[in-house]
Design a protein around this ligand. Structure first.
Ligand code: TPP
Ligand code: SF4
Length: 247
């Protein structure tokens, strides 16, 4: 039962009502349950941020590391416990901004990790500043007239490696999200799930969404499944691209 993986006695969580992170936790627990993963064979590693609070709600050993140092910490856990399923769940700021250097190198080393990145397009915990996945032109608390920069191309970074697994999905597309998590856990190397997700309080409302539901409807109407066999995901396409150069 997936609920056994969650510390329901700690609910309600510290996440805002309507935040997508609660759904990420439930979808992850459902997927882990389906795969027979629990405290005996798995661990969660996170950094610092709203998303990074997730391990405390799971009934298994988890680590809340330093902001940005999530990936090398997780890599070390995997090296000393090769039989453990090491699942990283953290924010895009943690993984791709302050942790961006580690993303380049831990993925290049093809560490056997399943990484779930909450790409909510802002720094949620600290009040909605622009982050690495903030789309150009987006108004945030640190870019009041619109972010002047293009977001980081995480897909491109992953594709620069000899082997890679990159999935893009959204919190609306829950069956697809579970498929991405499942394949990422099974992938024998570095697997990155770029999960577009709603931060209603520190992003959505500023963009004009009245509710989390409206954000989910936006993901529903905007993101489309990429055709089978796609090599590169276009903007607003969900799907999985992968290459195992050792195969
Ligand atoms: C070394 C360091 N720098 C900055 C901070 C402040 N800080 C905490 S969380 C955070 C960013 C959170 O954004 P993200 O990682 O995208 O996670 P989210 O809250 O959106 O889930 C920042 C800048 C910190 N805790 N440590
Ligand atoms: S600030 Fe945003 S990301 Fe953080 S818990 Fe609230 S809605 Fe979620």
């Amino acid at each position: 039962m997936f609920k056994d993986l969650l510390k329901l006695d700690l609910y309600p969580t510290s996440w805002c009502p309507g935040c997508g992170i609660g759904q990420i936790a439930i979808q992850l627990a459902m997927t882990m349950d389906e795969l027979g993963l629990d405290h005996t064979n798995s661990t969660l590693v996170s950094g610092v941020g709203c998303t990074a609070r997730m391990p405390e709600y799971f009934n298994m050993d988890g680590t809340y590391t330093l902001h940005g140092r999530t990936l090398p910490f997780a890599e070390a856990v995997k090296i000393v416990n090769p039989d453990l399923n090491v699942i990283v769940v953290s924010g895009d700021g943690d993984l791709a901004s302050i942790g961006g250097n580690h993303l380049v190198h831990v993925s290049r080393r093809n560490a056997n990790l399943a990484v779930i990145c909450n790409s909510n397009q802002v720094y949620g915990l600290t009040g909605g500043q622009a982050g690495p996945t903030t789309p150009k032109g987006t108004k945030t608390t640190s870019t009041p007239v619109g972010s002047p920069y293009e977001p980081v191309n995480i897909q491109g970074l992953m594709r620069a490696n000899a082997s890679y697994f990159y999935a893009r999905t959204t919190i609306y597309h829950q069956a697809h999200l579970r498929k991405c998590i499942k394949e990422a856990i099974a992938w024998p190397g570095f697997a990155f799930v770029d999960l577009v997700c709603n931060c209603i309080e520190n992003n959505g409302r500023r963009l004009g969404f009245a509710s989390a539901y409206e954000m989910l409807q936006y993901y529903r109407s905007t993101y489309k499944q990429a055709p089978e066999g796609t090599d590169v995901l276009e903007p607003f396409q969900i799907g999985i691209i992968k290459k195992d150069s050792s195969a």
